[in-house]
Design a protein around this ligand. Sequence first.
Ligand code: NAP
Ligand code: GDD
Length: 363
Amino acid sequence: MAKTALITGVTGQDGSYLSEFLLEKGYQVHGTIRRSSVDFRERIAHLEDNPAFHLHYADLSDSLSIMQVIAKVRPDEIYNLAAQSHVQVSFDCPEYTAQVDATGVLRILEAVRQCGLADKCRIYQASTSELYGKVEQVPQNEETPFHPYSPYAVAKLYGFWIVREYREAYNMFCCSGILFNHESERRGETFVTRKITLAAARIAQGKQDKLYLGNLSSMRDWGYARDYVECMWLILQNEKPEDFVIATGEQHSVRDFATLAFRYAGIELRWEGEGADEKGIDVKTGKVLVEVSPDFYRPTDVVNLWGDPSKARRELGWNPQKTSFEQLVRLMVDSDMEKVAIERADEHIKRNLVEYLEKGIVK
Ligand code: NAP
Ligand code: GDD
């Protein structure tokens, strides 16, 4: 019998890769989506004709919709990926972030219990390296103390502990993957990596003059999202329900990421100045292409994330270095170079069409 999985947050970066992964494994995949006045299904559009792929409306802040979808689908596995996932936005919308990222997790766990699925259904919770926040140890592993440092991280910490509580109190198979940053061609455009690769592609093709960033010295352990969804699945196939750190074990700064991304887009940068005065300058033309803007500083910023994936490697047999940092930056830049080139071609075609219409060459 094919297994049935329910993915919340199926329209997101991870949800789209996980759907592909589970469909390939023969699962029936159910995803939750939200009503929006514009179409946000770009990442899963290619899956919508697949008869094993099903969509349902539900919102993590709405218990009834969660209960309804779980009662209907009766999944073998739930992957709770839905979240207000932007750390900076969590400072602007702290209460909503708590509704979704903290009590939203409780709604899923309780719905599974109320539907009588506690013994059958395995639950994966998308936890985060942001729990380590103002870090107390490097690199960070499953034993490192937490020190959440944003409303997002505090909400996710509740999610982490309520999962552990349900595991111990009700013997449920529920686990957290403590995932470090993972990126891809499908990463949201306001996260720093994608903001950089898109800007590098636009600047290289004359569509943007400058890129404004916040803290250039912030350090992250960046992996490839496509590799990380395999781990979510492995965590639920494990014999025992346990929490795992998922990371590459390598650390780079935002500045390193930008240097490499611009290089792959054909621009060599040199860095001058410090702090808010630091600038990234095109070595060839002397033009300033990257500047710091305090708009992108956070009230409290997490600056030293570096994961130790030894447990996942040892116990799940997962390879944390399948895609290197250089390969990740390269594939993101290549994808954005192509995207910008297509946009330019479209604009060119539209301009010609308007001209032909105005001149009466076409009607
Ligand atoms: P993402 O691209 O921002 O996707 C978030 C998903 O959650 C989207 O499908 C979004 O739906 C959905 N969502 C947001 N609010 C919701 C609500 N109230 N009810 C139902 N669905 C809601 O995030 P991601 O990068 O794929 O990350 C997936 C999960 O992993 C998140 O929980 C994130 O916090 C966590 N995480 C991510 C990383 C990372 O580096 N990517 C690292 C650690 C943990 P819409 O499309 O309708 O907005
Ligand atoms: N977004 C953004 N934009 N970040 C910037 C910028 C900028 O212009 N300039 C510098 N940064 C710095 C941030 O201050 C932060 O230290 C770092 O770049 C990474 O920021 P994001 O890419 O926004 O990711 P994040 O680390 O805050 O959060 C992501 O990773 C978490 C796992 O550690 C998200 O995916 C979270 O959902 C996830 O839990």
